[in-house]
Design a binder for this molecule. Structure first.
Ligand code: PEP
Length: 259
């Protein structure tokens, strides 16, 4: 089967940047050029506080809305948290889970991320499940072992019929926000490993339908080469997603590879 079964997904993780008014300005700029094209899936993930305002702007466009986190429980005494249902209510369709910053600063484990993945799928959200090794792990040649264990831990118990809702993001921690990027070959090696794990868990046909994104200093000048790899189906973009020009250029690379 070929890459053609998967539509590129270009996703912006805005992290803790942009208030609601700034978010609206940015998304309006994106919408002018990306809002009516369907060749590539485009996703923006603003902070919670800007979701509602951004939802209002993109409702008639092809840009999708995502959140950066959620809690696995549907409601209750979890101060500061939001549930899948609350996000759905704001027209959110994707949610980033297990980002390395959440693993690092909020001690999120694979087991906890797994509960969120299952809750997101139950709540009709598409989880973007982030995995990736640290510099220390790469230097110790433990990349494949670490990523395998993260993928298996985060996806435990995912029902096969819902697996096509999953998105995986391979983000080497040493490449996030550092300007260092994995070479296309390094990234492809890990993406192929992930595809293999998805095949073992969900079967060949399903695994070919699941998108695996690369994240880690993706920029206009390296996007085309990364996206042209066989198992790289898009990008999860931090820094470069905060500037409309840069983000749109990355989207253009994906479009060029799609047509
Ligand atoms: C990210 O945080 O998901 C990310 C990939 O950030 P950056 O593009 O800035 O490296």
């Amino acid at each position: 089967m070929s890459k053609a079964v998967r539509k590129y997904l270009i996703a912006g993780n805005w992290k803790m940047n942009k208030n609601a008014a700034e978010a609206v300005d940015l998304v309006k700029e994106l919408q002018l050029e990306a809002g009516d094209q369907f060749l590539v899936s485009v996703l923006v993930c603003p902070p919670f506080t800007a979701l509602e305002s951004v939802a209002g702007i993109i409702e008639d466009s092809s840009i999708h809305l995502g959140a950066q986190n959620m809690h696995p429980e549907p409601s209750g005494a979890y101060t500061g948290e939001v549930s899948a249902e609350m996000l759905r209510h704001l027209f959110v369709t994707f949610v980033i889970l297990g980002h390395s910053e959440r693993r690092q600063y909020f001690n999120e484990t694979d087991a906890f991320i797994n509960t969120k993945v299952l809750a997101a799928l139950n709540g009709s959200l598409k989880p973007i499940v982030c995995v990736g090794e640290t510099l220390e792990e790469r230097e110790a040649e433990r990349t494949l072992e670490v990523v395998s264990s993260q993928v298996k831990g985060c996806l435990e118990g995912v029902p096969e019929e819902k697996a096509d809702q999953l998105v995986i993001a391979y983000e080497p921690v040493w490449a996030i926000g550092t300007g260092k990027t994995a070479t296309p070959e390094m990234a492809q090696e890990v993406h192929a490993l992930i595809r293999g794990l998805l095949k073992e868990q969900f079967g060949e046909v399903m695994a070919e339908r699941i998108r695996i994104l690369y994240g880690g200093s993706m920029k206009p000048d390296n996007a085309y080469e990364l996206l042209s790899q066989e198992d790289i189906d898009g990008g999860l973009i931090g820094g470069a997603s905060l500037q409309a020009r840069a983000f749109l250029k990355i989207m253009e690379s994906a479009r060029a590879l799609s047509s």
